[in-house]
Design a protein around this ligand. Structure first.
Ligand code: PAF
Length: 283
């Protein structure tokens, strides 16, 4: 695996692959890689000849109150994991390479509707930062397909919508969430959890699962979601939101919808955990 930080070098390698008729799959990350990220690389292999990953802790998607400086950076271990997973090329740009004019003077991509609410409400500007950096990375890497983890369900919808709205010739491959045996979704943020918090954190996925079962025969979506929130709080977490939504538009689900997603976020100690579950109603 070759690691490059410069745009010209990245473009040169990928141009040569394209000239040979090879297809490219892309796995963008912010590093601190775990088995969930590696499952994206494994999936990427099914769709293209060459695999490009990126590690870039994107300042544009962090809020002023979010501690980007302390975001875990584990480059050497990440490189080894990507080599083991058969990655061909790793792009590790600096913020100056991605945002040479600085964040304030940079054009941006704003995806309406699906960016609003849920994590968009709790983290203002977050999805603008995600859409902008993913758009830039897509333009640099020019992949045929790109893999994203479904743990960040709203992010996947934002990126899918951006690709459709802006006619980007890229297929987005959503990849199932990797979980601990407790049900806890793997996340770089789990590293902030203490031993005691690790014991209570699975209450988030467990109560999403409980809610998924309840909505099969009860249409009081709001009442049930409220109950799930109080169960999560009683377990020692602090619910940020838990909502039952239309799986694609992310609007609050109505009784007529069949394809749903439960979106949830909760604070556990220093970590803000997110999780979700897609549910098809058996009507
Ligand atoms: O999911 C992430 O790690 C990031 O939001 C992404 C897609 C790499 C953009 O910075």
């Amino acid at each position: 695996m070759k690691t490059v930080s410069e745009i010209d070098e990245l473009r040169g390698i990928i141009k040569a692959w394209h000239q040979q008729g090879l297809t490219v799959a892309f796995v963008p990350t912010m590093g601190n890689l775990h088995a969930g990220h590696i499952s994206l690389v494994t999936e990427a292999h099914k769709h293209a000849d060459k695999i490009v990953a990126s590690i870039f802790v994107n300042p544009m998607q962090f809020g002023a109150n979010e501690d980007i400086d302390n975001y875990p950076r584990t480059m050497e271990a990440d490189q080894q994991k990507l080599i083991n997973a058969g990655t061909d090329l790793l792009f590790t740009p600096t913020p100056e390479i991605i945002y040479p004019k600085g964040l304030d003077k940079q054009s941006y991509v704003e995806v309406p509707n699906v960016s609003e609410g849920y994590c968009g409400e709790s983290r203002p500007g977050h999805f603008r930062g995600v859409a902008t950096v993913v758009c830039k990375l897509f333009n640099l890497v020019q992949p045929d397909v790109a893999c994203f983890g479904l743990k960040d369900y709203q992010q996947v919808q934002v990126i899918q919508t951006m690709v459709e709205d802006l006619s980007m010739p890229i297929t987005i491959i959503p990849v199932e969430t990797t979980r601990e045996t407790s049900g806890l979704a793997l996340s770089s943020r789990n590293g902030y959890l203490t031993v005691e918090e690790l014991k209570i954190a699975p209450a988030l996925s467990q109560n999403i699962q409980w809610l998924a079962e309840q909505i099969q025969d009860d249409t009081d979506f709001i009442g049930l979601a409220r109950k799930a929130a109080s169960f999560i709080d009683n377990a020692g977490l602090k619910t940020d939101y838990i909502h039952i939504c239309h799986a694609r538009t992310l609007q609050p689900a109505s009784e007529d919808d069949n394809e749903l997603v439960i979106l949830a976020a909760a604070h556990c100690g220093k970590a803000r955990l997110i999780d979700n579950l897609q549910v098809t109603l058996n009507k």
